[in-house]
Design a protein around this ligand. Structure first.
Ligand code: C2E
Ligand code: CA
Ligand code: CA
Length: 507
C-alpha cells in the first residue's frame, strides 16, 4: 500500500485535466455550431422576406395601375403562389385600396394607425386570428404596401434542431421565439448570441451552449472519455510501479553517502580515574530522512561487502576535519580523534596518502589521530599491511587494535606491528559485576594486553562496578554509556563547553 495516494491523485488529475480539455473543445465546437445554426435561420428568414420583396414589386405595379378587379386578382394570385405569404395589401390616403383578400380585408386590427416601419413583429392582439404576425412594408409614391407572414412560417425557420440551442427573431424591441406571443423586451435575457441580417432590419438571437455539460461530454466524447480513463489508469499503474520499485540496498547506501546522509557521531573517551575528557571515537550514523538515525551495525557490513566503505569513510574523514577545525580552540591538548578503518580500505595502495592528507587538513597539529583497526573481518596480516600501519605510526598516527580479544587468529604479528592502543571489547567489560569470579576472563585479557606493554582502552563501561574494577587495574582510558553515549557534533560542542576543564562526572 506504499505510495498509493500519489498515483491515484495523479490519475485523477490527468483524468480531470482530460475532461476539462475535452469539454472546452466540445464547447467551442458547440458555439461554432450555434453560430452556423444562426446563419441557417437567417438564410431561411431571407428566403421568406425575398418572397415578400418580390410580392412588393407586383403590388407596386398594381398600385401604379390602380387597383381594379384585375389588380386584386394579381395580388391574390401572388399571395397564393408565394408559399410563406399570408396577405398583401396596398394602403393609400388613409385607407386600404387593394388587398389579396376579397373585400380588401387585411386580417390586422389597427392597420391604419401602424407606423410605416419596413419590418414589424405584431403581437397576437394585432391580428384577427389572435396569432402574432410579421409585417413587411414598403412606402412608394404615396402608397404603402404591406405584406404579412404568419408566425407558423417564422417558427419553422427558427426551429432548426441543434441540441440545447434555441433561436428567436428580433425586430426592433420585439422578439418571437419558437412558442408564445411576440413580446417587447429591453434586455437580452439568456439569449446572448446575436446575428444581424445584412439585407433586412432584423436579428437572430440565440443562447450559448452551457459551459459544462455532462450530457454533451457523454454523447459526443464517450470514446475519448474511455480512452482518457485508460490512459489515466495506465499512467497511475506505471507511477505506482516506479514509486514502489525497491531500490537495492547498495544503491540506497551509495545515494546516502553522496547526499551526505552518513554523518559522524562522537563517543567521548575519558580518563576513568581523573574523569577528564581525552578524546573521541568517530562512529558512523545514517541520518535517514524517513527512518531517523540508523545504527552502523546495519549498514557497515553492507558497505564492507560492496566496497562502499571506502567512499563512506572518506566522507566521514572530510566531515570530521571540518567539524574539529570549527571547534579547534575548544579541544584539549593532545585530544584523541579515533576513526574506524576497515581492512579492505587499509589494504588500498592509496591509504597512506589519504591518511597523510587527512592529517594535514587539521588546523590543530597536536591532535592525536587514532587509526582503529578491527579484526571483525579477518585481518590479512601481511608485509604490506604491517608496512602501511607502521608508516602511519611513523607519521604521527596512533594505531589502535579494536575489539581486542575477539576472533583473533593469531597474535604473532603483534611483535612486528607498532600498536599504540588495544581496545578491550565491551563483551568482556560487560561481564564484570560485583561477583569476584565475573572478572576472570577480563583478568586474562588484561593480563595479555599488559604483557604486550601497550596502552589499554576499555570499551562499553556501563556501571560503577566496571569503572571501579578498571581503575583498580589501572586502565586509564575508558569509553562507555556510563560516561557518554555517542553524540552528534552539536552535543559534542555542548559537552566541551559545559566542562571547560573537561572534567567528567566520575565519582
Ligand atoms: P566499535 O568500533 O567497537 O564501536 C563501539 C560500539 O560500541 C559503538 O557501537 C558504540 O555505540 C557502542 N558502545 C559504546 N559504549 C557502549 C556501552 O557502554 N554499552 C554498549 N552496549 N555499547 C556501547 P556502534 O556505534 O553501533 O558501532 C558498532 C560498530 O560499527 C563499531 O564498533 C565499529 O566496528 C563499526 N563502525 C561504526 N562506525 C564505523 C566506521 O565509520 N567505519 C567502520 N569501518 N566501522 C564502523
Ligand atoms: Ca572502534
Ligand atoms: Ca570495539
Amino acid at each position: 500500500m506504499r505510495h498509493i495516494l500519489v498515483p491515484v491523485a495523479a490519475a485523477l488529475a490527468l483524468f480531470i485535466m482530460g475532461i476539462f480539455i475535452l469539454n472546452t473543445q466540445l464547447w467551442y465546437s458547440a458555439r461554432a455550431d450555434s453560430m452556423t445554426g444562426a446563419k441557417f435561420v437567417v438564410k431561411n428568414m431571407n428566403t421568406i422576406l425575398g418572397e415578400a420583396q418580390r410580392a412588393t414589386r407586383t403590388a407596386m405595379n398594381v398600385a401604379a395601375a390602380g387597383c381594379d378587379e384585375e389588380g386584386q386578382y394579381r395580388l391574390g394570385t401572388e399571395a397564393a403562389l408565394q408559399p410563406h405569404l399570408r396577405t398583401i395589401f396596398i394602403l393609400a390616403h388613409g385607407q386600404i385600396v387593394c388587398s389579396s383578400l376579397p373585400d380588401n380585408r387585411v386580417l390586422l386590427v389597427n392597420v391604419m394607425i401602424l407606423p410605416d416601419s419596413p419590418l414589424m413583429l405584431l403581437p397576437a392582439k394585432e391580428a384577427v386570428n389572435g396569432l402574432p404576425v410579421l409585417l413587411y412594408q414598403t412606402v412608394s409614391d404615396g402608397s404603402r404596401i404591406g405584406i404579412t407572414v404568419s408566425d407558423r412560417h417564422i417558427r419553422d425557420a427558427l426551429g432548426i434542431s441543434i441540441k440545447g440551442i434555441s433561436y428567436q427573431l428580433r425586430v426592433g424591441d420585439t422578439v418571437l421565439g419558437l412558442s408564445g406571443d411576440a413580446t417587447s423586451v429591453n434586455d437580452k435575457g439568456k439569449h446572448v448570441g446575436r446575428l444581424d441580417a445584412k439585407n433586412y432590419p432584423y436579428s437572430i438571437e440565440y443562447n450559448y451552449p452551457p459551459l459544462f455539460s455532462v450530457h454533451r461530454l457523454v454523447s459526443q466524447g464517450a470514446g475519448i472519455l474511455l480512452f482518457l480513463l485508460l490512459i489515466a489508469c495506465l499512467g497511475a499503474y506505471a507511477l505506482y510501479k516506479y514509486l514502489n520499485k525497491s531500490t537495492p540496498p547498495e544503491e540506497s547506501l551509495q545515494r546516502a553517502i553522496a547526499k551526505g546522509e552518513i554523518i559522524p557521531f562522537y563517543q567521548p573517551v575519558v580518563n576513568g580515574r581523573e574523569g577528564t575528557l581525552r578524546g573521541v571515537e568517530v562512529l558512523a550514523r545514517w541520518k535517514h530522512p524517513k527512518a531517523g538515525y540508523i545504527s552502523p551495525a546495519s549498514f557497515i557490513p553492507l558497505a564492507e561487502k560492496s566496497g562502499l566503505i571506502v567512499p563512506l569513510t572518506r566522507s566521514l574523514m572530510a566531515q570530521v576535519v571540518m567539524q574539529m577545525n570549527a571547534i579547534s580552540s575548544k579541544l584539549p591538548e593532545g585530544f584523541h580523534v579515533g576513526i574506524n578503518f576497515s581492512a579492505s580500505h587499509i589494504a588500498m595502495p592509496t591509504f597512506v596518502d589519504e591518511c597523510l592528507d587527512y592529517k594535514s587538513r587539521f588546523e590543530r597539529k597536536d591532535l592525536n589521530l587514532v587509526v582503529e583497526v578491527t579484526e571483525r573481518e579477518p585481518l590479512d596480516i601481511d608485509e604490506r599491511l604491517v608496512h602501511t600501519l607502521n608508516t602511519l605510526h611513523e607519521n604521527g598516527f596512533a594505531i589502535a587494535l579494536d575489539d581486542f580479544g575477539t576472533g583473533y587468529s593469531g597474535l604473532s604479528y603483534l611483535h612486528d606491528l607498532h600498536i599504540d592502543y588495544i581496545k578491550i571489547d565491551h563483551s568482556f567489560v560487560s561481564r564484570v559485576n560485583e561477583h569476584e569470579e565475573s572478572t576472570r576472563i577480563l583478568d586474562c585479557v588484561l593480563d595479555l594486553a599488559r604483557k604486550l606493554s601497550i596502552s589499554i582502552v576499555a570499551e562499553g563501561v556501563e556501571t560503577k562496578a566496571q569503572l571501579d574494577y578498571l581503575n583498580r587495574n589501572n586502565i586509564v582510558f575508558q569509553q562507555g554509556y556510563y560516561f557518554f553515549k555517542p553524540v552528534p557534533f552539536t552535543d559534542l560542542i555542548k559537552i566541551l563547553l559545559s566542562k571547560p576543564n573537561v572534567k567528567v562526572m566520575v565519582e
